[in-house]
Structures are given as C-alpha cells and as structure tokens.
Design a protein around this ligand. Structure first.
Ligand SMILES: NC(=O)c1ccc[n+]([C@@H]2O[C@H](COP(=O)([O-])OP(=O)(O)OC[C@H]3O[C@@H](n4cnc5c(N)ncnc54)[C@H](OP(=O)(O)O)[C@@H]3O)[C@@H](O)[C@H]2O)c1
Length: 347
C-alpha cells in the first residue's frame, strides 16, 4: 500500500486508505439492546490482513460500538476496546500504526458527559487510551462542534495533550466551516498545536465539502480523512438487485438496523445502474470505483490528500479496498462520473 504525507503542515505519513471501526463485522445474534454481537475473529482477520498489506491508518472514536447506531451509553467504547485487544493479540507493532480516535460525543449522562470542555476531554483521552491499551494516539479529533465550550479552552486542552505525550496530532470533524476557520486562526494566533487533519463525509453522492471544507484544507495545508466513501454501503451496489432493478436490504447489512429508506429513490436507482455499468467496463467493483474516486479527487483534482476511511464488515470488503488504492482514474473518467451523477439528478 502506498503511503502519503497526511498534510502539508505535518510530517505524518499514512496509508492512502484508512480502516474505520464505526461498524464492525457482525454475528446474526443481537443482544437485549438490539445490538449485533461482533464477529471478533473476522475483525482480527481484517486487522491482520490490513496490517500485512501496509494499511496502517486506523480510525475509531470513543463512542463507537460496532453493531448498533445510535449507540446507547451502555455500549459506548466497545470499538476502541476491541481494536486495542486485536492489536495486542495479533502482536502488531504499535509504532507502525497510525491510530486516530475522537472526542465530543456523549459518554455519560451527566452535564460534563459530552462535548469539548477541558474536563470532558481530559477524562476521555485517558479512557480512550485505557480501552485501546496504548500510551498515546496519533490523531485526536474533535468529533463534532460544541457550541457551549469556548474554542480557546478546547485548543489549549488539545495543546496540553500533545505536550503531555498523550496525542501526536490534532484533527477536527464535522465542524461548520466558519467555526473551523476560527479554530485554525486561533491556534495560529496563540501559537498552539495546529489542526492538521479534517474528517468529513465525502463520496460520489455527497460532495458538499467541495464548497468550503476542501478549499479551507488547501488554504491551511490540512489533509482530509473522508468518511463514508461508499455512502455507508450504498455505492457498493449492495442494496440493488441488478436483475430485477429493485432496492433490497441484504441480511446482516447495515440497512437491517439503520434506516436507509431516504436513499432508496428512483434517482439513486438509476445512478446505481449506471455506476455499476461504468465500474464493470473498467474491471472494477462498484466499491472499488467509489473508493478510488475519493483518492483520485484528492490527488488529481484538488491537490489535497483525501484519504478514504473504509468500513468493512468482512474480509472480502477489505480485499476490494486494498486493490482500490492503486486504481488510477483519468480526468475523462472523473468527468464522465460527474456527468453520470448530474444526469441522475435531473431526470
Ligand atoms: N467523523 C464522523 O462523524 C464519522 C462518521 C461516519 C464514519 N466515520 C468513520 O469512517 C468510517 C467509514 O464510514 P462508513 O462505515 O460509513 O464507510 P463506507 O465505506 O461508506 O461504508 C461501509 C459499509 O459498506 C459496505 N461495504 C464496504 N465494502 C463493501 C464491498 N466491497 N462490498 C459490499 N459492501 C461493502 C459494508 O456494509 P455492511 O456493514 O452493511 O456490510 C460496510 O460496513 C467509519 O468506520 C468511521 O471510522 C466517521
């Protein structure tokens, strides 16, 4: 797997594809809260294969469980726990891994149980490190915006975490553009550790970050980690029966516990059929096409590193993602894909 510098304004190198842990491989049984039990052995196989292939950039968050969303407070922390356990049991070299986790989501019911306050962040970094069985994380993200905490409080706390050796680099996720710029400028003004990486949704169906977030990343030398590159599986074509040209929900898929009905439109069905054809003509699966599109948009169009964070619920998904890392899409391909998406939106 190729490795690239995550951002102009830092020296960290990461694999061109990252592995996410929001949803993990699942067993058919569910617990009393309706959460799928996690297929830990399959997750371990995925981690081992990823590591052996050089996919060493791993994304998690303090709130993730792996088999349910939204995550009840009884289930938070599970993904970090399983990730830490798998890394230990597999004997992976921690220094070869780039581990990113996040803070801000609700972790306990009290008034300080969520957000970006000094109290919450100082508590959660220690909890994340315990769950991960690590001494530090490589990237610590603000997961969402917290309008109640002064920005400087969060930035100085994040700065302290770097100084204390608990965190190597800082990131921000899902923060509205104007607030993001304020954080970046404040960090500069106060000579605090800079934000080096942004994490936002980016895929063929949702290109909203092209308006402001990507230009901001470019302007300030930040890299982007793109979540849901397959629009949560939709762009893998798994929700379409291509023979009958109808939407379907496959057993055990994310669609069995999350409401995907808003995606199941005639427009999107047409798009899936055309993307399927486009991928087939180039010898790719739809998942590979969607993942490669994100990388190629970063490298070929925007001139900003855009690392797709793929979610995989079985080893086969990972195999496809590994191959996608080297797929080169030409400018003509990217233009043709723009046209396919545009035309599906206007019919
Ligand atoms: N910062 C944030 O707020 C935020 C938000 C969302 C995600 N994230 C991060 O980004 C990561 C990726 O997000 P995501 O899971 O939504 O990504 P995604 O890549 O858009 O969707 C992953 C899902 O697509 C399906 N899939 C993947 N490869 C496939 C293949 N080759 N063939 C058929 N189906 C395939 C699987 O669905 P099934 O599970 O149904 O099999 C898989 O769980 C997360 O794990 C998390 O680390 C961050």
């Amino acid at each position: 797997m190729r490795h690239v510098k995550l951002a102009d304004n830092c020296g960290l190198k990461v694999s061109v594809v990252s592995l996410g842990t929001w949803h993990l491989p699942r067993l058919p049984e569910r617990d009393e809260a309706g959460a799928y039990k996690i297929d830990y052995e399959e997750f371990k196989r995925i981690m081992k294969r990823a590591y052996d292939e050089g996919l060493t950039f791993i994304d998690t968050a303090n709130r993730y469980h792996g088999g349910i969303t939204p995550v009840p407070l009884t289930h938070v922390g599970n993904a970090e726990r399983l990730l830490g356990k798998a890394i230990k049991e597999l004997g992976l070299d921690r220094e070869e891994l780039v581990i990113a986790t996040k803070v801000a989501g609700r972790m306990s019911p009290g008034p300080n149980g969520a957000g970006l306050s000094r109290k919450h962040v100082m508590w959660q970094i220690r909890e994340s490190l315990k769950r991960l069985q690590m001494e530090y994380v490589d990237i610590y993200y603000a997961h969402t915006f917290d309008p109640e905490t002064p920005k400087l409080e969060t930035l100085t706390t994040f700065n302290d975490l770097v100084r204390q050796g608990l965190v190597r680099y800082l990131g921000m996720s899902n923060i509205p553009a104007h607030h993001l710029v304020e954080y970046v400028m404040l960090a500069r003004e106060w000579r605090l550790e800079p934000i080096v990486v942004l994490q936002y949704r980016y895929n063929l169906l949702d290109r909203s970050i092209e308006r402001d977030i990507i230009p901001i990343a470019k302007r300030f030398g930040m890299g982007i980690a793109a979540y849901s590159p397959l629009a949560q599986g939709l762009l893998a074509g798994k929700y379409v029966d291509f023979k009958s040209r109808k939407w379907v929900i496959p057993p055990l898929s994310r669609g069995t516990y999350q409401d995907f009905s808003r995606f199941f439109t005639d427009e999107n069905l047409k798009l899936m059929l055309e993307l399927n054809e486009f991928a087939r003509e180039r010898g790719l699966t739809m998942a590979q096409l969607a993942t490669a599109w994100v990388i190629n948009m970063g490298e070929g169009v925007w001139g900003v590193p855009i690392i797709p964070i793929v979610g995989v619920s079985r080893l086969q998904h990972l195999e496809e993602a590994l191959e996608a890392a080297d797929v080169k899409l030409t400018h003509d391909d990217l233009k043709a894909l723009d046209e396919i998406v545009k035309s599906s939106r206007t019919t």
